[in-house]
Design a protein. Structure first.
Length: 432
């Protein structure tokens, strides 16, 4: 490791230990690299400016963030909750089953695990805590686990960012997440059923039949968003980036016109919150462009590919190694950092081994979702604790069956790529 990379890594780690915002840490470490190498500091502005200007797909990120915030502010979560209560509320442990189904529907609108936990997840937790049969830890664990569906079922903000760094098709990535996402949901419902049966958890009271039509109609409207998005993308009506604008408009019409749940004050709050969230992501992206310049200039991705070649690793051993690496790094680092810093270093090796980039992308995103639900980083655990006050230890104690289930599904996707690739290939995607 030469002095430039050593300076970059040391400054980056020091910034994170000092709890400097990760985007600033990445930019400062880029400055340190250029200083040690004796290069023009203006390269920072050049790399950041060119990276952001040339990344048309990035426009999708703030638009999906805006759509998710509109949905959370516009009482959509409550309406989806009532809709799902009719469908699965009569199952044993009905409220927990409702939460999983709500997450499936909300995932088709938000693309964000945090938005899922903070929106419909909070609604469900409040309902579960009203009943003594649901412990605090179990309520939190179900919500945290089901929130991981957000970036797997399309649309997905992490998949958009992965497409940026890999050049993979956003539409194919979205389709690649459909089957794994629904498998996750089914397995979670099985886990809940087993636990609920053992603990004799209650079924929900039946909803009067006269209320069904209005609840089903108003709750089913959000289901149209993923149909519109994927249908529009694959019919050629709009691009994946334009689909994000369609999602934002769809959410605005649904919450503001159909449900009449948005005031001007609420709308302004949504705009400000979306601006802050988008700014954070953009700052991290800016820092990543500088880091990727340094790593590329030093030949780190090529060295990684040569190392993999020298080890004579096949596709499966390499993917298992990647799983272990991301599961460990996910304990400490944010999803954006993993996607923007570490994935580009692994892509040359993946291409060298002939691994399809869509399969690799869905695998990587699933790894990162698992990282969101286990300590010490576990962002979803911290978000849920902040919103509800449920101790992280209680959620972890109740959440291990969901974690084991996700790890088994990760292993299945690793060993059997058609779980990811079948639907994209059916829709015309050519395996790379």
């Amino acid at each position: 490791m030469n002095m430039g990379i050593m300076a970059l890594v040391c400054v980056l780690v020091a910034g994170m230990l000092l709890r400097m915002p990760i985007g600033f840490s990445m930019l400062v470490s880029g400055f340190a690299y250029l200083l040690v190498k004796g290069q023009d500091l203006g390269l920072v502005a050049e790399q950041v400016g060119n990276g952001l200007y040339n990344s048309y797909v990035l426009l999708a990120v703030p638009l999906f963030v805006f759509a998710a915030n509109i949905m959370n502010a516009g009482t959509v979560s409550e309406r989806i909750f009532d809709f799902c209560r009719i469908l699965v509320g009569r199952m044993r442990g009905g409220l927990a089953q409702v939460d999983i189904l709500v997450s499936v529907i909300f995932s088709g609108m938000s693309g964000s695990a945090i938005a899922d936990a903070a929106g419909p997840g909070l609604v469900t937790i409040k309902q579960m805590l009203k009943k003594p049969e649901y412990s605090r830890g179990f309520a939190g664990a179900v919500v945290v686990a089901s929130a991981t569906l957000g970036p797997i079922i399309p649309p997905s903000i992490p998949m958009v960012i992965y497409a940026l760094v890999s050049g993979a098709s956003v539409g194919a990535l979205f389709l690649g997440g459909v089957v794994p996402g629904f498998l996750m949901a089914v397995l979670m419902m099985v886990v809940v059923h087993v636990i609920a049966t053992r603990r004799n958890m209650p079924r929900e009271e039946p909803v009067p039949m006269r209320e069904w039509p209005s609840i089903l109609f108003r709750g089913a409207l959000p289901l149209s968003m993923p149909i519109v998005l994927l249908g529009g993308i694959y019919s050629g009506v709009f691009t994946p980036t334009e689909a994000a604008a369609v999602a934002a408009l769809h959410a605005l019409i649904l919450a503001g016109v159909v449900y009449r749940a948005l005031t001007w004050r609420t709308f302004w709050g949504v705009v400000m919150e979306s601006t802050r969230g988008s700014a954070v992501i953009t700052l991290i992206l800016a820092g990543s462009f500088m880091l990727n310049y340094a790593f590329t200039a030093e030949g780190v991705p090529q060295a990684m590919a040569q190392w993999v070649e020298s080890m004579h690793l096949g596709q499966v051993p390499f993917l298992l190694l990647v799983n272990v690496m991301f599961l460990v790094l996910g304990c400490f680092l944010d999803v954006s950092v993993l996607l923007l810093v570490f994935v580009p270093m692994l892509l040359p090796a993946a291409k060298l081994l002939g691994i399809d980039l869509v399969h690799f992308g869905v695998l990587v995103v699933l790894n990162m979702m698992i990282g969101l639900i286990h300590p010490p980083f576990g962002m979803l655990l911290f978000v849920t604790k902040a919103l509800t006050g449920i101790p992280i230890g209680e959620m972890m104690k109740e959440g291990w069956p969901f974690l084991v289930m996700l790890l088994l599904l990760l292993l299945a996707i690793t060993l059997y790529p058609p779980i990811v690739l079948w639907l994209p290939q059916t829709m015309g995607y050519q395996t790379q």
